[in-house]
Design a protein around this ligand. Structure first.
Ligand SMILES: Nc1ncnc2c1ncn2[C@@H]1O[C@H](COP(=O)(O)OP(=O)(O)OP(=O)(O)O)[C@@H](O)[C@H]1O
Ligand SMILES: [Mg+2]
Length: 228
């Protein structure tokens, strides 16, 4: 099967107090299209940093990042923005919902830019909101929702545009186990129906159990890869 990602010798660091702090030390791995993979490891180990790089939000300092056949490690913001819009659904650890827009508007936010008709966009957004159990909240604003509901809206926004890959940073962190199971099942359904690839970071054993591939990270390195 064609690779979704081919990552070679990826390195990243942040500058802090004028010093360079290495975060990702030397990562190499492949992920196939249609994967259901997660990165686990202690807090501060670089999971969010890695997802940001896979999501083309940040460029890595060094290494190759091949996504759907294109080497994008040094791609311009303009190129990355276009690919992000069309191919990547990102669920941020801190959601980043737009506070002045309703649940429905947040969910359907990107759809007009993808060239879909208003009717189609509306139907997709409503279907996804129902799939995630948010059908009774569509006219609320983020400030009127619980943390778990906000998390589900962030997930709805990421999946509504039917991206090639969903990158989700701890997507079940604010959910009770019943809701988490529902979300994981919705992801699995999308994986089967649309061939969507899913890549997570998580501390949630339930989500790890569902993953097909688990990467154990520590101190900016992948310590092991388990295909289960
Ligand atoms: N913008 C930044 N500037 C400086 N240091 C940063 C920046 N972003 C992250 N870091 C540092 O990089 C390291 C890795 O952070 P990252 O957020 O990737 O960890 P994580 O594995 O996602 O942790 P958690 O499980 O707590 O979410 C941390 O030590 C963090 O303090
Ligand atoms: Mg994180």
């Amino acid at each position: 099967m064609e690779n979704l990602y081919k990552i070679q010798n990826l390195k990243h660091e942040y500058k802090w107090n004028r010093q360079s702090v290495p975060i990702l030390r030397d990562l190499s791995f492949d992920l196939e299209r249609g994967c259901f993979s997660c990165f686990v490891g202690p807090s501060g180990t670089g999971k969010t940093t890695l997802l940001n790089i896979l999501g083309l939000i940040e460029n890595p300092l060094n290494g190759n990042l091949i996504f759907c056949g294109d080497d994008l490690a040094k791609a311009s913001e303009k190129v990355r923005e276009k690919i992000r819009l069309h191919k990547i659904g990102f669920v941020f650890q801190s959601f980043y919902l737009i506070p002045t827009l309703t649940v429905f508007e947040n969910t359907s936010y990107f759809l007009p830019q993808l060239g879909h008709s208003r009717e189609k966009s509306r139907k997709w957004a409503l279907d996804v909101l129902a799939l995630l159990g948010l059908e009774n909240h569509i006219d609320k604003r983020p400030g009127e929702l619980s943390g778990g509901e906000r998390q589900r809206v962030a997930i709805a926004r990421a999946i509504a545009k039917k991206p090639t890959v969903v990158l989700a940073d701890e997507p079940t962190a604010n959910l009770d186990s019943e809701t988490a199971t529902r979300i994981i099942k919705a992801f699995k359904e999308l994986q089967c129906a649309e061939g969507t690839s899913f890549i997570f970071s998580t501390h949630d054993p339930q989500l790890v159990e569902f993953a097909r591939t688990v990467f154990n990270m520590k101190d900016g390195l992948i310590q092991s890869r388990v295909d289960q």
